[in-house]
Design a protein around this ligand. Structure first.
Ligand SMILES: [Zn+2]
Length: 293
């Protein structure tokens, strides 16, 4: 049975970079619009966490500076693709970072080499956590859902870190580019995956957000991080339709710009987006154009 919806959507309210940050006792999640890629900034109780950082070396570092953030308690790199770790390089060079989580997957690219160098040059503690690792930041808990110790090293997306965030009655899952294989493995592990907010894996690609995963998480709100008009056709129509059929409202950085979500002791999520919009499948236009004789 679906839980009652507990969120208020405030779209189109202009986001000011200098707007006061979170009030006390709130979990705050910003899905930052950095074009095609992922960058999620989470903060609560004076603790700051960044998951991924987009492709551009400077966009996320600039965003953090505009929000007065000079120190991150934790930085998570879900996997080594440039649209996720590129911007973490600038953050590592310009901010202090307490700890880094990564899978240890070795990836032979210049971006990954540069990321590794920046990580080694920083004073951050490096960790390769596995499923079930749980760490507390104030009243906020982060739990790693993936990879497990048994997860095969078969592909870069299969080793992607999936993070669960809990604070009081509020919960969210940041999926990175996990695909159906990994989703299946997480469900089979029996770890708790029910969450209020679900970031769709792999930018809403059809490789991810299987019906089983969507059913198991049973989110109240879904978010896809993608760039408007991206060449991959993200988010894909099959995923957008599956989410709609489940009755879950879908927000996307390509449609709404940056998305700020706040949740307090009442468990109610307040959502504030940079602009109004509707998430439309990126492969739809291409398919229908192809269907025209
Ligand atoms: Zn990606």
């Amino acid at each position: 049975m679906r839980r009652p919806t507990r969120f208020a959507l405030v779209t189109g309210a202009l986001l000011s970079a200098l707007a006061p940050l979170t009030a006390a006792a709130e979990l705050a999640i910003d899905f930052i619009d950095i074009g095609q890629g992922d960058a999620t900034y989470i903060h609560a109780d004076g603790h700051h966490v960044l998951i991924d950082g987009g492709r551009s070396r400077h966009d996320v570092a600039d965003y953090l500076r505009a929000h007065g953030v000079s120190h991150l308690d934790l930085m998570v790199a879900t996997h080594p693709h440039a649209d996720h770790i590129g911007g973490q390089i600038g953050v590592l060079q310009r901010k202090s970072v307490g700890e880094i989580w990564y899978s240890g997957y070795e990836h032979p690219t210049q971006t990954f080499e540069a990321w590794l160098d920046a990580a080694l040059d920083s004073n951050a503690r490096y960790r390769e956590p596995t499923r079930g690792h749980d760490q507390q930041f104030g009243e906020m808990h982060l739990t790693l859902l993936h990879p497990g110790v048994e997860t095969p090293n078969r592909s870069v997306h299969d080793r992607n870190l999936v993070v669960r965030i809990d604070r009081g009655p509020c919960s969210a899952i940041i999926a990175g580019d996990i695909e159906a294989n990994g989703e299946r493995e997480i469900i089979a592990s029996g770890i708790d995956v029910r969450a209020d907010v679900l970031e769709l894996g792999h930018h809403g690609s059809r490789t991810s957000t299987s019906a089983e995963w969507l059913d198991a998480v049973a989110p109240q709100i879904a978010v896809a991080q993608y760039g408007a008009g991206n060449r991959y056709g993200h988010p894909h129509a099959s995923v957008v339709e599956r989410v709609a059929a489940a009755g879950v409202p879908l927000l996307g950085t390509g449609a709404h710009g940056s998305i700020r979500m706040r949740c307090g002791a009442d468990g109610l999520w307040r959502v504030d987006t940079e602009r109004r919009g509707t998430v439309t499948p990126g492969d739809r236009a291409r398919d229908s154009a192809a269907a025209v004789p």
